[in-house]
Write a protein that binds this ligand. Structure first.
Ligand SMILES: [Zn+2]
Length: 99
């Protein structure tokens, strides 16, 4: 079990921070960090559970999450090599089935 599995790496124009992403509380804090950062820059990169997510604020009005089919809300998350948009909630929980 690698130590990095339960850490999130967020890259933005202001630098990089590493945060734990182990518990639901950790993820809630992480999500708030991401939402705050995303309000200042147009694009963020989030590394979580070995997946690289591109997070942008430019969400189409009718954009739906490919995973849970809810409206995306403020943030759109895409895997680095995939055009499919996912909401921040699903991005946070992807690959995290280790509880
Ligand atoms: Zn979703």
């Amino acid at each position: 079990m690698s130590q990095s599995v339960n850490s999130a790496h967020v890259h933005g124009t202001t630098g990089t921070f590493v945060a734990p992403a182990y518990s639901p509380y950790d993820r809630q804090i992480l999500r708030e960090h991401v939402e705050t950062l995303a309000s200042h820059v147009s694009t963020l990169t989030l590394g979580l559970h070995g997946t690289r997510w591109i997070i942008t604020q430019r969400v189409p009005a009718d954009g739906l999450c490919a995973t849970c089919t809810q409206f995306l809300g403020r943030l759109s998350c895409r895997r680095g090599d995939d055009a499919t948009a996912t909401c921040i909630e699903c991005a946070m929980h992807s690959g995290g089935h280790n509880t």
